[in-house]
Design a protein around this ligand. Sequence first.
Ligand code: TXA
Ligand code: MG
Length: 337
Amino acid sequence: MENFTVIIQEKIGYFCVFYKEKMVREDDIIKAASYIREGKLVAFPTETVYGLGANALDPLAVAKIFELKRRPSFDPLIVHIADIRDISTLVATNDNRIYQLAEKFWPGPLTLVLPKKSTVPDIVTAGLPNVGIRMPNHPIALSLIKQAQRPIAAPSANKFGKVSPTTAQHVQKHLPGVDFILDGGKTQVGIESTIIKLNEKGFDILRNGVITKEDIEKIIPYAPEDKDKNAVLASGMMHSHYSPDKPIYILNDNLKVDREKAGLLSFTGQDIYGYKKVIYVSKNTDMREYAANLFEAIHQLEDSDVDYIVAEPVPEEGIGMAIMDRLKKASYRYQKR
Ligand code: TXA
Ligand code: MG
């Protein structure tokens, strides 16, 4: 992967954020921020994937997200903030562990599920008493939230159940009806944030991401809850999700593959001969790089002339857990059971 460089130039009345060849002008961020305040929808880059944002405090604006994504109303949204002080306006607890985690991981790809205040409309949390909050690590996202002066509710900017977008072009393809897209180029992390829920003893993981259980355990203990009691259906917990429009399978010894028709997502770079297309998702079996390129690679094969996609599995440890979660969910409906 090419090096990620962000150069921020601040001059009087002039500000732009560069992402490789992409540039978002301050004017565009100001326009996007006023759209948010007016109750419109803005797609914007975060470090993980593109989000489809609306003013989190405006239930009608948030309803538009569900409508455009065709997302079921039982699936709650993450609220994005740009200032740690905003936690206290949204969350009904002063738990010190929140600030310990925020200090270590924010801005960054960690979402905390916490008891909500009544300021957070029920539509955001799908009627749940908890709200998911994170501070994204992306200059465009942070600038947008600050200029809008509102917390921004944003799911990934794809149709419900489909592969998350890592470029503005993916957003355009999925959601042409969005009011505005801030194009910040390809996102850096490439898979969605880790989601954790705090409980009395420590934390439970609702969705794996590049911040791993081991990373979080350095701050507070891992204390999984009984999943049966957990009524929440985080997309991280659904069997089928991130599903491309072409069939996708995880390679295993029993899978018969007609290589002339298949596109391969390669991890090791080995046994690649005969495939119609091969994408080296990471060059040196680097999991972070694999995560960054995975959705982009799936989008590419989806748009190519292959009949189906096969993915070489990666070791299920650390970030590999998050990658295999995505691959298992993407392939779930095509598995023989
Ligand atoms: O990296 C990310 O998290 C991206 C960027 C845009 O921030 N967002 C994202 O949002 O992936 P979404 O909506 O595609 O996935 C968020 C998941 C949902 O499946 C939802 O079920 C879960 O977070 N979630 C949100 N609020 C929750 C809550 N209060 N309790 C349990 N799960 C929650
Ligand atoms: Mg999503």
